[in-house]
Design a protein around this ligand. Structure first.
Ligand code: FAD
Length: 444
């Protein structure tokens, strides 16, 4: 029997590794592990992500049961779970989809070594992205570090693959994997195996509201015109589904290609940052442009606290932070504004902000979060130049003119309960940032 290990691919259809496992003809045992290496370290026991994953695993188990099979969900450390599975079941092989984050790479290597001892193959597949970094390279070789040429090459690569491969190979890129084959192959089990509950794992429920897996077609059709206005429902809200693989990125790209070009480009940003992480894993801790690690951050803890709580006195920054704290998601335009305010006006290290977002975002994806933060700080690939500093007042005028977004998240705005002055005012903050950045970069 072959084990299929679900991780960031919590779905049954259009799943590259699962499809490959089923194609072997061997019975497939699907599993999921609630990883104690991660869960035990989470300080907040009411965590929206744990709840989202737990619910998604329940849903996945239901889908398997509807096909006469069952998912086994474990609560433990992957290496221990695999030692037990190896000894009890002696599987023919373990199949999975690739995960590019440093923790996942180390975890997979340890599992592979454990299986190697018994000559059990560990096979992994691309599923989380359309292209891995070695598939979209410069003509002369080497990775792209600028988005626009990357995007062009990405599109060309998709075009050539789509036109030169027929049938099955096209489906490898963009078509759903047929569900019918699953029913014939899945391991039949008589009794259902319960998925651990939140309480079993020491967690509490939250009041999380999960947006649907698919945005209405009219939202995507108008995406290029509405996506920058945080007071409107103008974006897809599918980021957490993509992050946990409850939807297939291939299906999303296919749909986007029919509906809106700008939306395709946003999905390409996701691949771009994933590719950057694959090529330059050092960005996890360091500035991609090393000279930016020379900036003498002020790192005022009190100001950081106020930023986290949405109490800076800058309405659009406060609205964004409160939206994040309340629902685990923040509009992209406001992610850029809050990140800019932290790294430029407050002169706080981008890593502090990145860490706070990582704790709070339901769609937290290391590659995109790190990319977004380093873009805002100016230290990343294809980042905005440091001297272009977001003016929060003109951002407000342009993107939330009627204060609809601000009033929704900061109800006391406009009353005497709201701070009369921002923590750091724009002109002063801008000039200070320009001076500090310039000096640090010159000295580096
Ligand atoms: P849409 O606007 O509907 O876009 C569709 C999809 O395209 C998104 O779901 C996402 O998968 C992808 N996408 C869009 N913009 C970007 C982008 N700039 N970079 C990478 N992918 C993109 N995105 C995350 O998924 N996880 C993160 O942890 C994350 N952290 C960020 C931190 C900062 C400082 C910034 C500026 C951006 C960050 N983003 C992150 C990117 C972006 O803000 C979110 O993907 C987007 O807001 C999610 O909402 P949506 O699904 O409605 O997006």
């Amino acid at each position: 029997m072959t084990i299929f290990w679900h991780r960031r691919d919590l779905r049954f259809t259009d799943n590259a590794g699962l499809y490959r496992a089923l194609k072997t003809g061997d019975p497939v045992l699907p599993i999921f592990i609630f990883d104690r290496n991660i869960l035990d370290k989470l300080p907040n026991k009411a965590d929206v992500r744990v709840e989202f994953i737990q619910r998604s695993v329940e849903e996945l188990a239901e889908a398997y049961r509807a096909h006469g099979s069952d998912l086994r969900a474990f609560y433990g450390k992957p290496i221990e779970v695999f030692a037990q599975l190896r000894d009890e079941l002696n599987p023919t092989a373990v199949y999975t989809n690739r995960d590019y984050e440093p923790y996942a790479i180390a975890r997979d290597l340890a599992v592979k070594e454990l299986l190697d001892e018994h000559d059990i193959p560990f096979r992994h597949f691309k599923d989380h992205v359309i292209f891995e970094s070695d598939e979209v390279q410069k003509q002369a070789g080497g990775p792209y570090t600028v988005y626009t040429p990357y995007m062009r090459r990405w599109k060309k690569t998709l075009d050539t693959r789509m036109s030169s491969f027929a049938g099955e190979k096209i489906s490898f890129y963009l078509k759903p994997y047929p569900t019918e084959t699953y029913a014939d192959n899945l391991l039949k089990e008589s009794s259902p195996h319960p998925v651990p509950t939140l309480a079993d794992m020491g967690f509490k429920p939250t009041d999380i509201e999960i947006p649907p897996k698919e945005a209405p077609a009219e939202v995507i059709e108008h995406y290029d015109k509405t996506r920058d206005f945080p007071g409107q429902e103008g974006t897809s809200r599918i980021s957490h589904h993509l992050r946990h693989g409850t939807v297939s990125v291939r299906a999303k790209v296919r749909r986007a290609m029919k509906l809106n070009e700008t939306f395709v480009k946003e999905l390409i940003w996701r691949d771009f940052y994933s590719n950057i992480l694959q090529e330059f894993p050092r960005v996890v801790n360091e500035s991609y442009r090393r000279e930016y690690d020379n900036i003498p951050w002020i790192n005022d803890e009190e100001q950081f606290e106020k930023w986290c709580e949405g109490k800076t006195g800058v309405p659009i920054v406060d609205a964004g932070m409160r939206q994040l704290n309340a629902i685990g998601w923040m509009h992209n335009r406001v992610r850029m504004i809050t990140a800019s305010y932290l790294t430029k006006h407050l002169l706080i290290d981008w890593r502090w902000g990145e860490g706070y977002f990582a704790d709070k975002l339901l769609d937290y994806e290391l590659a995109s979060n790190n990319g977004g933060w380093q873009w805002a700080a100016g230290s990343g690939v294809d980042a905005q130049p440091y001297f272009r500093i977001f003016n929060y007042e003109s951002q407000q005028r342009k993107f939330d003119k009627d204060y609809r977004y601000v009033k929704r998240w900061v109800p006391e705005y406009g009353t005497d309960k709201y701070p009369a002055e921002p923590l750091v005012e724009h002109k002063f903050g801008r000039e200070r940032a320009l001076r500090v950045y310039k000096e640090a970069l010159r000295e580096a």
